[in-house]
Structure formats: C-alpha cells, structure tokens
Design a protein around this ligand. Structure first.
Ligand code: ZN
Length: 177
C-alpha cells in the first residue's frame, strides 16, 4: 500500500465523470487499500478514486471515531432518498474551505463490494452525507458547486491567493536549499 497524491481544486481532472468498474481484481483491492491509507493520513473521513487521479467509480470512507471501520463501495448509486439536511463540509481536494451544503437526510445506497457482490445500505446522518459527497466526486462535482456565484467568486479569490502564497513559500524554500 502506498500513500497517494490528492489532486486539488482547480485541477481539471477533478471534473471528469468516472467510469464504471467492471473488473474486480487485485489492482482494485490494492488501490482501495492505498486510498484508505491516504485518507487516514490526511485525516479525512472519505475519499473518491478521482481525487487520486483514478477516474473510476470507487469510494472509501470511515466515519467512526476510532478510525477502525473502513468502508469501500464500488459503483455506488443513490437508489432512493428522503428529507433534507444541512451539512458543514470540507474536502481534501479543496483545503481549508468549509461551507454549508444541503444534502438528502437519508439515502439507500446500492453498490458492489471489492468482490463484485451487490450490497444495499440504508444511511443517515454523517454516513449519508459522506456517501453523497463522495458520489459527487465520481460525477466531477465538488461541494463548492452548491454555493452561490458571488460566494464562489470570493472563494476562488481566496483559493488563488492561498495558491500564490504557497508558490512563494515554495520558491523561498527552493532558494534555501
Ligand atoms: Zn471531497
């Protein structure tokens, strides 16, 4: 297993629609294990394959407090949903930004496991929200797409400033070496 590099907004690869998975082999198991390692190291509760530059329909998550209940879903689809819930979200691909997003309150998820077996999960609370956030990644959608244009403009400015600052910091570091 290896820690993978996470793509960051505004990387265009985050906007691709990911492909269905049809082969359930060792590579898929290795990738999902590596994604879990990456997610734990980055202190996230969920990660989608396109975030690590693999445009396939695979998501991993762990919403437990003890970080010992990993979940992996292949080809996940929200089959039915009910109610709405406001959630304050962040994303490993959009660092340091937190916004309120409206999600479905409860969902029924249809998916497959790493062997290709069909699974169905009823989810509420954080699990429901996390699944919806990760499936959005598979469709090239980011949580910041849910906010108004004006707010988004401000957010873009903030992110571009951060990126510039990071670049300058990098250059400084380069000179030091
Ligand atoms: Zn995310």
């Amino acid at each position: 297993m290896e820690k993978l590099k996470i793509l960051e907004f505004p990387d265009k690869r985050l906007r691709k629609v990911s492909e269905d998975i049809v082969v359930f082999d060792q590579d898929l198991k290795y990738l999902s294990a590596s994604m879990l390692v990456t997610m734990y190291e980055e202190k996230g509760i969920g990660l989608a394959a396109p975030q690590v530059n693999k445009p396939i329909r695979l998501i991993v998550m762990d919403i437990s407090e003890d970080r010992n209940q990993p979940m992996v879903f292949v080809n996940p689809i929200v089959d039915s949903y009910e109610g709405t819930a406001e959630s304050n979200e962040g994303c490993l691909s959009v660092p340091d930004i937190k916004i309120d997003v409206e999600r479905y309150e409860t969902i029924t998820l249809n998916a497959q496991d790493l062997e290709g077996n069909t699974i169905s999960v009823y989810a509420d609370g954080l699990l429901s929200i996390c699944i919806q956030h990760e499936i959005d990644h598979l469709d090239g959608k980011l949580f910041i797409d849910y906010i108004s244009d004006i707010k988004l403009q401000r957010l873009r400015k903030k992110i571009s400033k951060q990126n510039k600052a990071a670049k300058i910091e990098q250059q400084k570091n380069t000179r030091l070496i």
